[in-house]
Write a protein that binds this ligand. Structure first.
Ligand SMILES: Cc1cc2nc3c(=O)[nH]c(=O)nc-3n(C[C@H](O)[C@H](O)[C@H](O)COP(=O)(O)O)c2cc1C
Length: 166
């Protein structure tokens, strides 16, 4: 029904019926080394290798995102809910103060340790998307770190884990 589109909460709940994985986006701008939990990650193109993430214009790190020239998509495993919580929090600490282990990556942004996989990107484009900005990254390096482990999932506003389909 058209009028339900006027209800933002119902819209969000409806979109939340699409199950996703959970990532932490990490990036460095000047001295600021930050992370942000995000499930808007989508792979976009194989050739060239592109992915996208959507950044809310009201998140506190948004001014940094306007200056980002590289970032990492860290794909979380089902044992990393605590990592997701750290970087979803208002006023999340900088990555070096977060207690989450990481190493320096190829593009100048930190790569979190212990993830299922990651993709390191250089900024390719930004597009307006209503109250979000769509950030497109060109993947310059990627790795599957834990090929046999299970993902952390997000569905209907809650973290989930995989169970076999019946
Ligand atoms: C599972 C999950 C997925 C999220 N996905 C996104 C996202 O794709 N884009 C976004 O802008 N914020 C997303 N958020 C919210 C940000 O993580 C959160 O607003 C931010 O870290 C806190 O920023 P603040 O300092 O502005 O409060 C997500 C949060 C959770 C828990």
């Amino acid at each position: 029904m058209a009028d339900t589109v006027q209800d933002p909460r119902l819209f969000r709940d409806t979109m939340g019926r699409f199950a996703t994985g959970v990532t932490v986006l990490t990036f460095a701008v000047g001295d600021e080394v930050r992370g942000m939990t995000a499930n808007s990650f989508t792979s976009l193109s194989l050739d060239p290798p592109l992915l996208l993430v959507c950044i809310g214009r009201d998140v506190s790190t948004f001014p940094l995102w306007e200056r980002v020239d590289s970032f990492v998509v860290n794909i979380l495993g089902d044992d990393q809910k605590a990592v997701s919580d750290i970087f979803a929090r208002h006023g999340a600490p900088p990555v070096p103060d977060s207690g989450v282990a990481y190493h320096d990556g190829a593009v100048g942004a930190p790569v979190l340790d212990g993830t299922l996989a990651y993709a390191e990107c250089r900024l390719s484009a930004r597009y307006e998307g209503g109250d979000h900005t769509i950030v497109v990254g060109e993947v310059v390096n990627f790795s599957i770190e834990r090929p046999n482990d299970q993902p952390l999932l997000f569905f209907a506003g809650k973290y989930r884990t995989l169970s076999p389909a019946s």
